[in-house]
Design a protein around this ligand. Structure first.
Ligand code: HEM
Length: 283
């Protein structure tokens, strides 16, 4: 099979498959940050769908998707972020971060350095992947990552150091990926595990994340752009499927516990079988 051939019924593989970090550990977690010159916000053909979904969530469930500490720093950072989105809003009653969030596909988080440590002090967050904003608002970033295995020893110091050194206007980006067994974008909590016949019923979800230090305050903007395709789309990229299977197979037991239960472990054999076609072509 040609590694890029499309299987009947499969969705097109997105270009971002080539941006995924798929190297097996250890180390189990990677900073994976790369410099970004342009492209803080990215608009694609899902724009109308995404902003409509956000608008419904922000109107109907505001306490779950928006939170902002009432501080001068958050207010100034939010005004600057609104200007960055170039949003034209006539809803002056909205918090500026809320107005900004409604005009872009990205979720927006504001990190404020307090005692030299980044804290999550505000966010417009409509597409969480198994976390609740209310649990994390106002917390130091290390605590925000509490459920993430290996974070304290492998990433906490690097992430905090990186954020305190980031120069104004400088941007970096990174990507994560996960496999979900529900297509829902607003996903604050785990849903009961379902029996699936991979790849059917499984989705590859990825967040393009950008970090940018603001200018008017010392705060940092963290954007999360959630993108998702049916896992079947990976069938057209046997090379990626094979590396993804190897990556999952290489997870520590703690990571498999944390990341595996929503479909990744169920997908592993299917991904490996697709990957074998790629290996066969190369030998
Ligand atoms: C360079 C900066 C950062 C790195 C390297 C990083 C790394 C990670 C990693 C490895 C995970 C585990 C899930 C996965 O594999 O993707 C994770 C989860 C998470 N990250 Fe980050 N992160 C960074 C910045 C941030 C920031 C600024 C926020 C602020 C909102 C954040 C919020 C979270 C949350 C909420 C989770 C899920 C935690 C949970 O399961 O409750 N991260 N991050």
């Amino acid at each position: 099979m040609h590694p890029r051939r499309k299987l009947p019924g499969a969705a097109d593989p997105p270009a971002w498959l080539d941006e995924l970090h798929l190297e097996p550990g250890p180390p189990w977690l990677a900073m994976g940050t790369r410099s970004l010159d342009d492209g803080l916000f990215v608009v694609d053909r899902d724009y109308e769908r995404d902003v409509a979904l956000k608008s419904v969530l922000l109107d109907e469930r505001p306490a779950e998707v928006f939170a902002a500490l009432d501080t001068a720093e958050v207010r100034a950072a939010s005004e600057e972020i609104l200007a960055l989105t170039r949003a034209v809003t006539n809803r002056s009653s909205l918090h500026p971060l809320d107005a900004a969030g409604r005009s872009v596909q990205e979720d927006l988080c504001v990190l404020v350095l307090r005692d030299g440590v980044p804290h999550l002090d505000a966010a417009s967050l409509c597409f969480p992947s198994y976390w609740r904003l209310a649990d994390k608002i106002g917390r130091p970033l290390t605590e925000v990552h509490d459920p993430v295995p290996h974070y304290p020893e492998e990433l906490a110091a690097k992430v905090n150091g990186f954020l305190s050194r980031l120069a104004p206007r400088r941007m970096v980006w990174r990507r994560n990926w996960s496999i979900h067994d529900v297509p829902t974008y607003f996903l604050p909590e785990a849903t009961p595990t379902r029996d699936v016949d991979a790849p059917d019923g499984l989705y590859l979800r990825s967040e393009r994340q950008v970090l940018r230090r603001l200018e008017t305050t010392d705060a940092v903007l963290f954007t999360i752009r959630t993108q998702q395709v049916p896992l079947a789309a990976v069938a057209a990229r046997a090379d990626v499927a094979g590396r993804m299977a190897a990556s999952i197979a290489g997870w520590s037991p703690e990571l498999a516990d944390y990341k595996g239960g929503h479909g990744a472990l169920a997908a592993q054999d299917w991904l490996a079988s697709i990957g074998e076609h790629f290996d066969a072509r190369r030998t």
